[in-house]
Design a protein around this ligand. Structure first.
Ligand SMILES: Nc1ncc(C[C@H](C[SeH])C(=O)O)cc1Cl
Ligand SMILES: [Zn+2]
Ligand SMILES: [Zn+2]
Ligand SMILES: [Zn+2]
Ligand SMILES: [Zn+2]
Ligand SMILES: [Zn+2]
Length: 305
């Protein structure tokens, strides 16, 4: 059965998505933004008080990379925390009254399933590459942001294969279409990865500073200070190119260039001791501290509309 303090497989997550949205119809609505390569529905949940009019929104996705299991757990944790603390936590209540959160709990569903059935360390999608026996594209190299110029490979056998073209992956296309269609209300894009304990912002595809660099930096510093206040977990924040590596085709850079100003990539726990195999005992602390960072960013967005 579904458990927020355990890693749940996709079938369990998908059943939970249906049940939590049905049980909280006043705060959650569910929609499909398309299917994956292998035909699984990509369910997007909209979290927020129904007002009848469009509200400014934060878009958050988890599970870009299949092996980064703590991220799937975080999106589930976030959704539960939001509906559970609405009405009691003043900050969350204010956020959900005045904004919406679009949450995509699992972006790369096919890959996630594959980590349960075949290879725990799988990263990419599971699409077939013509002319190669190697499978999958790195979805975080597949977006229209300096596509395939640096920090990505045009070899289908590479873990950072950029794909046959921009948005070659149906999952990328589905996400990009949704964000393009809603860009007038989407004020922030948060994409959750692991591991390294970093809060990254544009650009990763070039060393040039973003136009909003100073604000993105100061908000990231506030966010990681909030995160650290709970258990002392230390994060580093900065532009992707200098903070992690120069790499093109990422969804955060793409969203930023589309006009979504507050665009961040989280790299959750840990720093390498367990890496992608973070023990279930760390799900609760990791998720609780990350909640503080996400709420910090969302509150900043709300105060600066
Ligand atoms: N724009 C980006 N933002 C963040 C990252 C780091 C993640 C960490 Se798993 C990745 O390598 O895809 C990579 C890129 Cl290309
Ligand atoms: Zn459905
Ligand atoms: Zn990742
Ligand atoms: Zn990572
Ligand atoms: Zn909590
Ligand atoms: Zn602020």
């Amino acid at each position: 059965a579904h458990d927020y303090t355990k890693y749940n497989n996709w079938a369990t997550i998908n059943d939970w998505v249906v049940s939590i949205s049905s049980a909280n119809a006043d705060l959650i609505s569910r929609q499909e933004i398309g299917n994956t390569y292998e035909g699984r529905p990509m369910h997007l949940l909209t979290i927020g008080k129904k007002t009848g009019s469009a509200k400014p929104a934060v878009f958050m996705d988890c599970g870009f990379h299949a092996r980064e299991w703590i991220t799937h757990a975080f999106c589930q944790w976030f959704i539960n925390e939001a509906v559970s603390t609405y009405g009691s936590d003043p900050e969350m209540t204010n956020l959900l009254d005045r904004m919406d959160f679009f949450v995509l709990p699992v972006f790369n569903i096919d890959g996630y399933e594959y980590t349960w059935t075949n290879d725990r360390m799988w990263r990419k999608t599971r699409s077939r590459n013509s002319g190669s026996s190697c499978i999958g594209t790195d979805p975080n190299r597949n977006f229209d942001a300096g596509w395939c110029t640096v920090g990505a490979s045009s070899n289908p056998c590479s873990e950072t294969y950029c794909g046959s073209s921009i948005e070659s992956e149906i999952e990328s296309k589905n996400l990009a279409n949704f964000i393009r269609s809603n860009k007038s209300i989407i004020k922030a894009y948060l994409t959750v990865h692991s591991y390294s304990q970093l809060l990254l912002f544009p650009y990763s595809y070039k060393y040039d500073l973003a136009a909003d660099h100073s604000e993105l930096l100061s908000v990231s510093q506030g966010a990681i200070a909030a995160l650290s206040s709970l258990y002392g977990t230390r994060y580093t924040s900065g532009p992707g190119a200098t903070t992690i590596y120069l790499a093109a085709g990422g969804s955060d850079d793409w969203a930023y260039d589309l006009g979504v100003k507050y665009s961040y990539t989280f790299e959750l726990r840990d720093e390498g001791r367990y890496g992608f195999l973070l023990p279930e005992s760390q799900i609760k602390p990791t998720c609780e501290e990350t909640m503080l960072a996400v709420k910090y960013i969302a509150s900043h967005v709300l105060n600066n509309l």
